[in-house]
Write a protein that binds this ligand. Structure first.
Ligand code: FAD
Length: 317
């Protein structure tokens, strides 16, 4: 079922979770171990992230180095199929522009359609770790909106080959990303919002936000979106903060603020356990307030912390 149908039919705020594929070499059991403690809270859907290859230098037998491309977390499409089969819950694969040609994307979409996956979250992706600027693949997409157009074309039966403009119509429901504290490359929030509006006007069914730790940022963002005619559901993305190190890593990596009141509470903690308790309590309060505001879905980035998210679920029931 499509995410947008879940939202339209819901009587209350829904729950959804986001997971990463395991590192290459691990089994699907690691995904089930991660999700099992969360499934009794009936997520409407589960997102699975997509990861591009990274450039690495591998030592050859003669001692010299060769540049290779290695994908550390493959398997998004397979995991989505496994989740749907194992838990009978909808899966939402992320699709990214970075590292993929249009043809590879088309093939992934064909696989997903055959597997009965009804949803995709369409993203640009970031530059590889050791590179400053995002560069598309030759014959790849530069912006998420270009990838979105490709999915929309397939939803209208149009494939890449010119003589295949009357193919099977896929029926993907399309989500896109939004940034309450603006995307780090955007010169200002206004221009970022205009590009978000373009994605929505081009067919995106809903928006999922980057994580935020101050609900007011989300409330202001939704207001600004509505003012410029972005009327689709805007799903808040929420992440548990559970270590002191994250106080500097999260703002640097995701370009989001951590409110002073929250960071002061974390800094006062003497043990890791205390930090986790404060982080969990903060997320519970955020979730309760967002639920009272009437958000369509609470979307949790579970990233290795399913038991923290479980505590949050128990507290907000
Ligand atoms: P875009 O919408 O393409 O925007 C990128 C930048 O370009 C923005 O600054 C925007 O303002 C600007 N822009 C947009 N359109 C245009 C245009 N037509 N002309 C000029 N400028 C434009 N990354 C992964 O690699 N894998 C994942 O699974 C993943 N999942 C994510 C899930 C969520 C909910 C979020 C919020 C992010 C996720 N990311 C993931 C990270 C994401 O790929 C990065 O934040 C990326 O830098 C931007 O992606 P986007 O889809 O927002 O890009």
């Amino acid at each position: 079922m499509k995410v947008i149908e879940h939202i339209e039919q819901a009587k209350d705020t829904l729950i959804s979770f986001e997971i990463l594929p395991p590192l290459k070499g691990k089994s699907i059991e690691s995904i089930y171990d991660h999700l099992d403690p969360l499934m009794e809270f009936n997520p409407a859907f589960i997102n699975v992230t997509y990861h591009r290859s990274e450039h690495m230098f591998k030592k050859k037998l003669d001692g010299s180095f060769e540049k290779v491309e290695i994908r550390k977390r493959p398997g998004t499409v397979g995991i989505c199929a496994a989740i749907m089969n194992h838990y009978n819950v909808d899966a939402v694969p992320h699709l990214i522009c970075g590292g993929f040609t249009k043809e590879e994307t088309e093939n992934a979409l064909i696989d997903l359609a055959f597997l009965g996956v009804d949803n995709v979250l369409v993203l640009r992706g970031d530059a590889p770790k050791n590179e400053t600027f995002f560069e598309p693949e030759p014959n790849g997409h530069r912006y998420a909106i270009d990838l979105l157009h490709q999915v929309m074309h397939m939803n209208n039966g149009m494939y890449l080959e010119e003589d295949l403009q009357n193919g099977v119509k896929t029926k993907f429901c399309i989500g896109v990303a939004g940034y309450p504290e603006k995307h780090f490359e955007a010169p200002n929030l206004q221009s970022d919002l205009q590009y978000l509006k373009q994605k929505v006007d081009s067919g995106a069914d809903y928006v999922v936000t980057q994580m935020f730790f101050d609900n007011q940022k989300y409330f202001d963002y939704v207001k600004k979106c509505r003012e410029i005619g972005i009327n689709v559901p805007i799903i808040p993305g929420l992440k548990p903060l559970t270590t002191k190190k994250q106080l500097s890593v999260i703002p640097r990596t995701f370009q989001v603020d951590i409110p002073t009141e929250f960071s002061n509470e974390i800094l006062k903690c003497k043990t890791d356990k205390e930090v986790e308790q404060v982080g969990t309590e903060w997320l519970i309060q955020q979730s309760k307030e967002l639920k009272a505001f009437g958000v369509p879905v609470l979307h949790y980035y579970t990233l290795g912390k399913p038991l923290v998210v479980r505590k949050v679920m128990e507290a907000i029931q």
